[in-house]
Design a protein. Structure first.
Length: 325
C-alpha cells in the first residue's frame, strides 16, 4: 500500500487529497500531524502557506523522502538545497501547482526544441457575475504576491518593476478585467533561455483600488488580519481561475488556455481544482513509473519529457479545461 502524506490541511491540501483518492482509490492518503507520520510514508506532498512552506523540504531531507511541493516559496530556496537533495538520494518536485505549476510545465514543453522569442503569461481569478474578487486561497500569500516587485525579462535582461506596474484594461471570458505585471515567473527565469518573458495578473476591474484601500486603512496589519480574512473569505460567488500562455517562436504563435470553473457552493473552488489536479496526476504517474531519477526537478523540466507531459496532461484534462491553438 502506497502511503501519501500531505503536509498542510488547508484548502489546497484537502483538494489534493480529493483528487488522489479519485484517481487511485488504492492509495492511502493522510495529513501530517507528527514527525513519525513522515517515517511511515512513501511520498510527501507539501501544501503549506509560503511563510512556513520550507518545512516540507526540511522534513523530506531529514527522513529521505521524495517530495512534490505546491507551497509558494521562492525557487532559490530549492536551488540552495540542490546538492543536499542529490546527496540524500531523493526526488524533489517544487512549484507543482497552477502558476507556478501547470503554466511552467507548458512553457518547458514548448521551449524544448523551439526557438522561442517571447513568452507572455496571464493568470488570475475572477467571478463571471459582476465585480467581485473571490478570495479562494491563502490570504497571506495573496497579499505578499501583490506587494512584491515584479520580475520580467526584456531583451535578455532581468528587470524588476514596482507592484501593479503597466496597468491595462481588457476583456477576458466576457468579463471586464484589469491586469498588471506581477511576480510569477519564478524558476522559469533561470531555466528557460527566452529574450522576452512577462507575467501579468488578471483581476476584476477595480481590484487595484480595492486592494490599495484595504492596505492604506490597515486591514492587512497583524492586529486586524484575522478580522479581514474572515470578512473577505466569507462571501461566496461563482468563480473562474484561468491562464493564457502566449508563446512566440520564430515561425508561429502558440496559445495555451487553462481554465477551471466552480459554482459558489461546489465542494472545491476553481483555485483548488486548478492547483490540486497537477500534483495529484504527477503522484499517480510517478508511482506507476517509479521514482527512477533522483534530484531537483522544476515543472518546466518535466515538460521537456514529451511522454511524461502527455501523461500528465491527459489526467489533468479530466478535471480542468486545457486547450492549445
Amino acid at each position: 500500500m502506497k502511503r501519501i502524506l500531505i503536509i498542510g490541511e488547508g484548502r489546497v491540501g484537502k483538494a489534493i487529497e480529493y483528487y488522489l483518492k479519485k484517481m487511485n482509490p488504492r492509495l492511502k492518503v493522510g495529513f501530517f500531524s507528527k514527525k513519525s507520520d513522515v517515517k511511515n510514508s512513501s511520498l510527501l506532498i507539501g501544501a503549506l502557506p509560503g511563510e512556513v512552506g520550507e518545512i516540507s523540504l526540511k522534513l523530506a531531507l531529514k527522513f529521505k523522502k521524495d517530495l512534490i511541493d505546491v507551497s509558494d516559496i521562492d525557487y532559490t530556496f530549492y536551488l540552495k538545497s540542490k546538492k543536499e537533495i542529490e546527496r540524500k538520494g531523493i526526488s524533489v518536485f517544487p512549484g507543482c501547482g497552477f502558476s507556478p505549476g501547470l503554466v511552467n510545465l507548458i512553457c518547458g514543453k514548448e521551449v524544448k526544441g523551439n526557438e522561442v522569442k517571447e513568452i507572455e503569461i496571464k493568470a488570475g481569478t475572477l467571478s463571471p457575475n459582476k465585480f467581485f474578487f473571490p478570495f479562494l486561497w491563502c490570504l497571506e500569500d495573496l497579499i505578499e504576491g501583490h506587494q512584491a516587485k515584479a520580475t520580467l525579462i526584456r531583451k535578455g535582461k532581468k528587470i524588476k518593476v514596482a507592484p501593479f506596474s503597466d496597468y491595462k484594461r481588457e476583456k477576458i471570458e466576457g468579463i471586464e478585467v484589469e491586469s498588471y505585471l506581477a511576480e510569477g515567473l519564478d524558476s522559469l527565469i533561470g531555466s528557460l533561455k527566452v529574450k522576452n518573458m512577462s507575467y501579468r495578473i488578471l483581476r476584476p476591474l477595480g481590484f487595484f483600488n480595492f486592494f490599495s484601500y484595504l492596505d492604506s486603512y490597515g486591514f492587512f496589519k497583524k492586529e486586524n488580519f484575522n478580522f479581514t480574512k474572515k470578512v473577505l473569505e466569507r462571501r461566496k460567488e461563482d468563480n473562474i481561475t484561468l491562464a493564457r500562455v502566449k508563446i512566440k517562436t520564430k515561425n508561429k504563435e502558440i496559445i495555451w488556455k487553462i481554465k477551471s470553473f466552480s459554482r459558489k457552493n461546489d465542494k472545491l473552488n476553481s483555485m483548488q481544482k486548478i492547483t490540486a489536479a497537477f500534483p495529484a496526476a504527477l503522484t499517480e504517474i510517478l508511482f506507476k513509473k517509479g521514482f527512477v531519477e533522483k534530484g531537483l526537478f522544476f515543472p518546466e523540466k518535466l515538460g521537456e519529457d514529451k511522454k511524461l507531459f502527455g501523461e500528465i496532461l491527459k489526467k489533468v484534462k479530466k478535471e480542468i479545461f486545457i486547450t492549445c491553438t
